[in-house]
Design a protein around this ligand. Sequence first.
Ligand code: SF4
Ligand code: SF4
Length: 174
Amino acid sequence: MRKNIIGIALIVLVFVTALFAVEEAAVEVLEYQGSLMQVSGIWFLNTGTGMFGLELGTLANTEGVAPELAAGDTIKVKGTMLNAVLQVTELCKAEMVYLPIVEEEKTSDYTGYQVNSKKCIGCNLCVKNCPVGAISMQKGKAVIDVTKCIQCGICANGSGKTWKGCPVGAIDKK
Ligand code: SF4
Ligand code: SF4
């Protein structure tokens, strides 16, 4: 009987560990260099060892200029992989860096931590790490309840331990 209980506990432990491993892998920020291709209007990156789609969104450099991209260009990209498509959070071409345009989302005078829903990939990690339970997921995006938030910044900047803050920089103080 006791052996059975220990066996079940071990199985549960392995299962939970595997779940966390999958979650961490899902939010890993990846970096690639390769050659651009375009098929049916969709950009792909050929790294020489593999090929995957790119979700570029709206990118711009510090002067607000969007990248001019053409098939055959060599680029570097950073981002998170979602359903075999890289959600690009940084693109570098000819030493010029392009980042997603962050649109102003403020609808009130509130000045505190807010989630940029365009950047949020719905990984749920900020929900788990908020010390006061101020973040919830709504339609796959994190939302901060400003009435609960104590402005600690842990969701954006990490806790100084293993949690380093939102992996895609979707939370910022306005
Ligand atoms: S805000 Fe960041 S940490 Fe929170 S769910 Fe979105 S991507 Fe994940
Ligand atoms: S700033 Fe702190 S309290 Fe507010 S949502 Fe982020 S982790 Fe939670």
